[in-house]
Structures are given as structure tokens and as C-alpha cells.
Write a protein that binds this ligand. Sequence first.
Ligand code: UDP
Ligand code: MG
Length: 333
Amino acid sequence: MNALFDHWRLEIPGSRIPELSIVIPLYNEYEVIPMMHERLTGVLASLGVSYELLLVDDGSCDGTPGLMSQLAEEDPAVAAVFLSRNFGKEAALTAGIEHAAGSAVIIMDADLQDPPELIPQMFQAWKGGADVVCMRRRSRAGEGWLKRCSAYLFYRVLNAVSDVDIPADTGDFRLLSRKAVEALKKLNERNRYMKGLFAWIGMPTVVIEYDRMPRAAGVTKWDYLGLFNLAFQGVTSFSTAPLRLAMAGGLLTAFFGVIFTAWIVVKTLVLGEAVQGYPSLVSMMAILGGVQLLSIGLLGEYMGKTYYEAKQRPVYLVREVVGRGRRPTHAAG
Ligand code: UDP
Ligand code: MG
């Protein structure tokens, strides 16, 4: 898959490779785009490095694509990648990372929940030798207690069961060096749980803490079902612990089954209490049936994952790229 996208980088003569690429996935973010562009441009201009703003439209159905094209026309630092439909944030991020040309790539949300003002700090950490600069949320303003609690729990559980150490309370907001980006591009699995993939590559990492802002405008694109799906993806993509749990459950049930059977034999032979226990029979069947179906479902989930991997479909499809070739600009700083 990588060879497919390499030409984006090759198109740009060596001397014109920007120092920083800011990758932003957008899905129906019409309201927030002007504000985002203004704040980012301000910060990047004062930093005085060459940069590109790589906006990835994830199949938006509001005015986002139009506004993005307009920005790419007006601002030579902006490049816009349009996906052919809504592929989800993880795919949009993948598209952004694969199209980014910069020596370092910063990934952030469009809604300004990740403050652009932190970019200079991230840039310094990268200059200081870090390949990954991970932003950890000290607080999450503007998010309800249920989301906070579930996020807290999720990161703890994921870490406990997964094979790689996925730092708690970090989102997708981070900086990746070119080395890290190239490493990431080698992971061409279809099920893309980005936080896990980021953690999987390892590399010297610096963690910076920040306060997460409320959304600047618009509404969140996640509902609880979406978040639950993402969480489930995260766990099943990076761990087979659920399978082991199912096995442990089976073992435990079988163990108690044997004890229970022995008890029935004793009751029948020694105490002479034969043929009874309709309620226990029914409840045992219900419990066992439930556990079995759950385990089969779990098995199916992993098999389904393998099925999707086996198809080798691309993670996303690009409809159009606007603003390539006229970048990058050098900030007047
Ligand atoms: N996003 C996307 N595709 C989607 C859903 C979201 O590209 O299918 C983008 C969205 O435009 C935003 C980022 O992912 O830039 C984070 O989304 P959101 O702010 O809705 O999530 P939250 O911050 O509430 O977790
Ligand atoms: Mg957000």
C-alpha cells in the first residue's frame, strides 16, 4: 500500500519539503474552519518555520469541502485531501499521515480542543531529539462526567490487557518525526486503532501535559455507541485477552460443573434423593448457553477482523487533492 502513496512525497523537490505538517481530519466542521485556520496560521507564523496545513475531508456533507478548497486556493500553505466518503477518523488520520510531506507531522483535531498554541512546545521537544511528542490531557473541560469516567476506565482496562503500553489520557494530538511516520506507514492493517498503532512503534517519546479545551464550535461526532465501538476495536486490535478470559470462564464453569455433578451423585446414591432439580437444570442451561454464545461471538469478532485483513482493501480512497505543488510556504517570521 505504501508504494501507492509515495508519489505524493516524491512530487515535492527536496528543498521544498516543509519542516512541519499539521494534519487535521475534518468531518462536518464548517463552523470551526475559519477560526482554526486563523489561530494555526498565527501560531505557525510566529514560530517562523516552513509548514503545510494538510486538511483531510472525511466525506463531510456540510460546507466543509467547499471551504477547504477555498482555503487551499487562498493560502498556499494549505493542502486539502478529499476522501471519497466518510471513512471515520482513524482512516482520515491515516490518509493525512500518508500524504504529509513535513520532516515532522503534528496531528490535531479540527475543533480546537487541542490548542494550537502548544505547537511551539511540541516543536522544541522534537528539536530536542524526541521522535514522538505525546500530549496528555491534564483535564477535559466541556466533557460530561460519564464521558470522563468511561474514558478513564477504558484507558486503564486497555492498558491492563493490551500487549503494548498505550499511555493513558492521550488522544491523537501528537507530533511524529519523519522516522516515526515512516514506521507508522509500515503498519498497513485495516483495523486502525491509531492510539494503539502510535504506541506500537515505540521510539523516544516525550509527554507534555495540557488542559483540553471545550469544542470551539459545532458538535462532537461521537456518540456513545461510536465510542464503545472504538473502545472495542482498541481492545480487540491490541489484545487477545478477551479470548483468554473466555477460556478462563469456560474452565471455571467446567470446574463448578464437575463439583456440582459430584454433589448430585452423592445426593442420589447416599441420600437417596433422585430426580429433582428442574430449576437448577434450567438455570444452568441458561447460564451455560449465555457464556457459550458470548464466547462464540467473541471468537467471531476476531475472525471477522482476520476476514477484513484478508480482503486487503485500502483503508481509504482519495477523491481529490487540492493545493499540492504550490506548497510549502515559508512563514514570515
Ligand atoms: N472526525 C473525522 N471523521 C469522523 C468523525 C470525526 O474526521 O467520522 C474528526 C472531526 O472532524 C474532528 C476529530 O475527528 O476533527 C475529532 O472529532 P470530535 O471532536 O467530534 O470528537 P471528540 O473530540 O468529541 O472526541
Ligand atoms: Mg473534539
